[in-house]
Design a protein around this ligand. Structure first.
Ligand code: 5GP
Ligand code: ZN
Length: 114
């Protein structure tokens, strides 16, 4: 049985506020938002990290990036500026090992991040 939280969201076994969906991607609001717009974009298939997503080598990473931008446009944050973040590995704060892009916007975003 698949115990991955985000696979369960894809399978609709647990609820999420889905804001965008494409053939191979899903976007839903983060339950602990760090900005007025904070959406997570995932491939529907299970890939643990950004490195695994890149290695998928079938345009899937492109799909995730395109969905992230589509979400920013839909949320009205694309013009003002937004951030796409992949926390990759425990040292970078990755806690859920189903790769996800954080799409953050709607406030001033400082650089570098903490
Ligand atoms: P990470 O720390 O792995 O980069 O990001 C995981 C994100 O998933 C966190 O921002 C956290 O708030 C979010 N999260 C954790 N559990 C859930 C959940 O059940 N549903 C949703 N929508 N987001 C979650
Ligand atoms: Zn998964």
């Amino acid at each position: 049985m698949n115990e991955c939280l985000f696979c369960k969201i894809v399978a609709k076994e647990i609820p999420a506020e889905i804001v965008y969906e494409s053939g191979r991607t899903l976007a839903f609001r983060d339950t602990n938002p760090q900005a007025p717009t904070h959406v997570l974009v995932i491939p529907k298939g299970h890939h643990p990290t950004a490195a695994a997503l890149a290695d998928a080598d079938d345009g899937l990473a492109d799909d995730v990036l395109k969905t992230a931008h589509a979400v920013a446009v839909q949320e009205g944050v694309a013009d003002g500026g937004y951030r796409i973040v992949f926390n990759t590995g425990p040292g970078a704060g990755q806690t859920i090992f189903h790769v996800h892009a954080h799409v953050l916007g709607g406030r001033d975003l400082t650089w570098p991040p903490g």
